[in-house]
Design a protein around this ligand. Structure first.
Ligand SMILES: [Zn+2]
Length: 307
């Protein structure tokens, strides 16, 4: 037997043995699990948006691949930044109706800028309303905090709260309370656990630069504070201390990319709504992402053009 043949047959034996081990060991039965990342659904009370959301959630629920859970990447509704109370409630009503009718999978929510109420309204009554800011979205998603973490198998998922009110607009960053929480969260995670970080707005991304149609007249790229975390440098330095951070997932831009930076894979995952329910956005069709997370810390992404 030549060396190459020997290697082939010995690896077959190893594969068969380990397959049997996994068959018999209930704890290591699956080598990986799947997660659907559905972001920027931007649902509103119109037939196109409601049907589109239905189609996307029905699609991920009916995949041949077993999906363990869904991450909602944020911007569930079209917009609460400058919409009346009545209009915001109507959007949440559609979101909750479609979700209860089409989704049977566990779902973890991340908050998007358009989910926050009243930031773009100059109305003292709105600012003093108990539902102002993120209180309404927290209530709709039944969340107790805008940032949190959870563990699934040997992975930890850390969900951040990216968007904050900023002079009547918003800025992408995490605040001081959240950075202290994040530092503790990373410190206290056993390094045998692989970590995936979720933020509505990307921390590292090339598509943030592609959102505008043109560069500045002098050629500079144009990236608004609302399109890329302004505290990326600080976060990247923090992430460098933890070898077990594997990937960061985001939405918001409605475009898709995959950027590796200092050993971490940053995935921006398009939008369920595409061009806010007007077809593809800059060439990217309405989509969601299907992730496969492996026991050994690898991760794979597949984009699903569900429509
Ligand atoms: Zn957004």
């Amino acid at each position: 037997m030549d060396r190459r043949k020997f290697l082939q047959s010995s690896s077959l034996v190893t594969a068969a043995v380990s397959f049997n081990q996994f068959e018999f060991s209930p704890t290591s039965k699956s080598l990986s699990f799947h997660v659907g990342f559905l972001s920027d659904t931007h649902v509103k009370p119109t037939d196109i948006a409601e049907e589109g959301m239905r189609k996307a959630f029905r699609h991920v629920n009916q995949l041949d691949t077993k999906v363990d859970f869904i991450i909602n990447g944020g911007d569930s509704i079209m917009d609460a930044l400058k919409a009346s109370k009545e209009k915001v409630q109507k959007q949440w009503d559609v979101w909750n109706k479609v979700l209860s009718e089409e989704n049977k999978l566990p779902i973890h929510h991340c908050i998007g800028n358009h989910d926050a109420w009243g930031w773009q309204m100059n109305d003292a009554e709105v600012k003093n309303d108990p539902l102002y800011d993120k209180k309404w979205v927290l209530q709709e998603h039944k969340m107790t905090s805008p940032f949190y973490s959870f563990v699934h198998k040997n992975w930890k998922f850390i969900v951040l709260d990216s968007a904050h009110e900023n002079n009547g607009g918003y800025i992408a960053r995490i605040d001081e309370e959240q950075i202290i929480w994040l530092e503790n969260e990373l410190k206290s995670t056993d390094n045998s656990k692989h970590i995936c970080i979720v933020s509505h707005i990307p921390i590292v991304s090339f598509c943030s630069a592609m959102f505008a149609d043109k560069n500045e007249p002098n050629g500079d790229w144009k990236i608004s504070r609302a399109l890329l975390h302004v505290d990326s440098r600080r976060l990247i330095d923090l992430f460098k201390q933890y070898q077990n951070i594997v990937c960061c997932l985001s939405g918001h831009i409605h475009l898709q990319d995959s950027v590796e930076y200092f050993g971490i894979q940053y995935y921006c995952n398009g939008a369920v709504s595409g061009d806010w329910w007007n077809g593809p956005f800059k060439g990217f069709a309405p989509a969601y992402a299907l992730f496969e997370f492996f026991n050994d810390g690898k991760v794979k992404r597949q984009i699903i053009n569900y429509a």
